[in-house]
Design a protein around this ligand. Sequence first.
Ligand code: PAF
Length: 288
Amino acid sequence: MITQQIPHATTVSALRTRVRSWRDDRLTVGFVPTMGALHEGHISLVRLAKAQCDRVVASIFVNPKQFAAGEDLDAYPRTLIDDAEKLTDARCDLIYLPTSEAMYPDGYSAGVTLTGPALGLEAAVRPHFFDGVATVVTKLFNQVRPDMAFFGEKDYQQLLVIRQLVKDLDFPINVLAGETGRAKDGLALSSRNAYLDADQRARASQLNVILKAFAAALGSGAGRAEATATAQASARAAFDGVDYVEARCAATLAELDDGPIDRPARVLAAVRLGSTRLIDNMAANPPA
Ligand code: PAF
């Protein structure tokens, strides 16, 4: 259990009581949804939220609806005491810890489905994923009712999905993005990096190298199709499996023509090391 002195709420009513008291004092509320196993990427989102809002709520909920049968729901790292300490150090004002039973009680039947940015890439490999994310984020937004919500660019497709969700369902919430946190060797910080053994961890940094070279090639005017083929070949050589390595329109994730890019793009990849899946992305801008 989490210690007494850390402000936390486990029920919607306790959460709302706290948030309502802030609202009565005309304070703005920022929200950082997480699944816990917090790393510097999450904490930098809390700091960003603190800089933008008077009060910050962070949620920790490992959302079963975004895991398919056979994925890592049970193995997903759960480090609540450590997470609570990190959030307290980052001066998070309230930790929201809903239970699965409260989020999805018997008879629960609603779900949110998206198309647009929720198609392809991650969804091609994990078709259940964005509906699960959109459903839990909708619930969390309705529970917390923040002014602003903060998501990491590490999950770039998720970020666009959330922006689309907020626009389509008229949530009065400003979505802000935080830059991807990286280890010294460039590996994007992720709770799932905890699954990597020493050899895999050393190999994992190649993803950053491959994406940087891919973005640089596009930035210097290489054709999209050719640069993609090169990056895919490098990824196949470096990893045990490659789900995708692609360049897409940065604004919509639409596919791009074969030739040199003529608008801001994003290079995105998902690869496998053993049973661990790594994802990463970065900006690729057309030649000036
Ligand atoms: O990015 C995550 O950690 C999760 O997908 C989120 C947004 C907290 C929803 O469960």
